[in-house]
Design a protein around this ligand. Structure first.
Ligand code: AMP
Length: 298
């Protein structure tokens, strides 16, 4: 299975402190790259570019050894790993960021090895757009660039973000971010506005409602797999992105990419951090994909 196109993932690698109605966890392994890598690494070859501190726990190193196949550009720097804290609101989906401590990310510039400069699929998971741009500039001009972002960059670094979007083929973005960047509450119009910034394809993630993909003039919707209890939604979007990329590594079918992304995201929300995602079994993943294929409409 892993002889398909490799995927390069650049994003954050973090220790997260998370509060949801199900409880609180401190310094658990997270970050946009971690979720995306675990999702994509279930069925595709994943290369990682990023930085961790000397305090990164052995459990985290084990995840990286298990789910990634190339760690040449994973730097271990003297200092603390990036830390992020978030508290979810009563609706279970919205959240407040409690703190962001850059640690070793503060001085990090990604440098791609010769092999990673030629990886054909690049996933720019959520991170400062300046770092995303640096990865684009080092990647092969024909690499397929898929980008995720967040409201923080839309609000604080819009010019850099626009530069990233100009070079992006597929944008993954959540509903409120799409409305903010597209400057309209109408999702179809927001998608058109985002396409005008560069990406041919825009996927708007709608949390518990599913996702909508706009590819040129085509529009495809997908629902969600109904999990019994959402414990912690952190990383669902990054997991979706990793699953989306893994499907693209096998073929260029966007519907299957939506299905795989949604199936893996459904495991992510069932536990804190990556605890349930790392335990997802192939037969369960296939079962959820089968269910989700029936929710696709265009
Ligand atoms: P999501 O729930 O999909 O938005 O992803 C949450 C993950 O993003 C957490 O594991 C955080 O460590 C990471 N994260 C939060 N804020 C940032 C940020 N400013 N830059 C990069 N990663 C972040």
């Amino acid at each position: 299975m892993k002889n398909q196109k490799p995927i390069l993932i650049a994003g954050s690698i973090a220790l997260d402190t998370i509060e949801t109605s199900a409880g609180r966890r401190e310094d658990i392994i997270g970050g946009s790259t971690t979720y995306a890598m675990i999702a994509a690494g279930q069925s595709a070859a994943v290369h990682v570019v990023g930085v961790i501190g000397t305090d990164f726990p052995s459990e985290g190193h084990d995840f990286y050894s298990r789910f990634a196949s190339d760690l040449t550009d994973l730097v271990i720097a003297d200092g603390s790993t990036f830390r992020w804290g978030g508290r979810y609101h009563a609706n279970g989906e919205d959240r407040t960021t409690l703190f962001t401590e850059l640690g070793v990310f503060g001085n990090f510039t990604p440098r791609l090895s010769k092999i990673n400069r030629n990886v054909p699929l690049v996933f720019l998971a959520n991170i400062h757009p300046q770092l995303q741009l640096s990865v684009i500039e080092q990647s092969h001009p024909k690499a397929l660039i898929v980008t995720d972002t967040m409201n923080l960059w839309i609000d604080t670094t819009p010019c850099e973000l626009v530069q990233v979007l100009k070079r992006t083929k597929v944008l993954l973005i959540n509903e409120t971010e799409a409305q903010s960047l597209g400057e309209t509450s109408d999702l179809d119009q927001a998608a058109r506005a985002l396409q005008a910034l560069g990406p041919e394809t825009v996927v708007i993630k709608q949390g518990s409602l599913g996702a909508v993909l706009y590819d040129g003039n085509n529009r495809v919707e997908i629902g969600v797999f109904p999990v019994a209890t959402v414990i912690d939604p952190t990383g669902a979007g990054d997991t979706f992105g990793g699953g989306f990329m893994a499907a693209l590594a096998h073929n260029n079918n966007y519907q299957e990419a939506l299905v795989n992304g949604s199936a893996l995201a459904s495991f992510c929300v069932e536990g804190f951090g990556v605890e349930t995602l790392v335990q997802a079994q192939q037969d369960d993943i296939e079962h959820r994909k089968e269910f989700l294929r029936r929710t696709v409409s265009s």
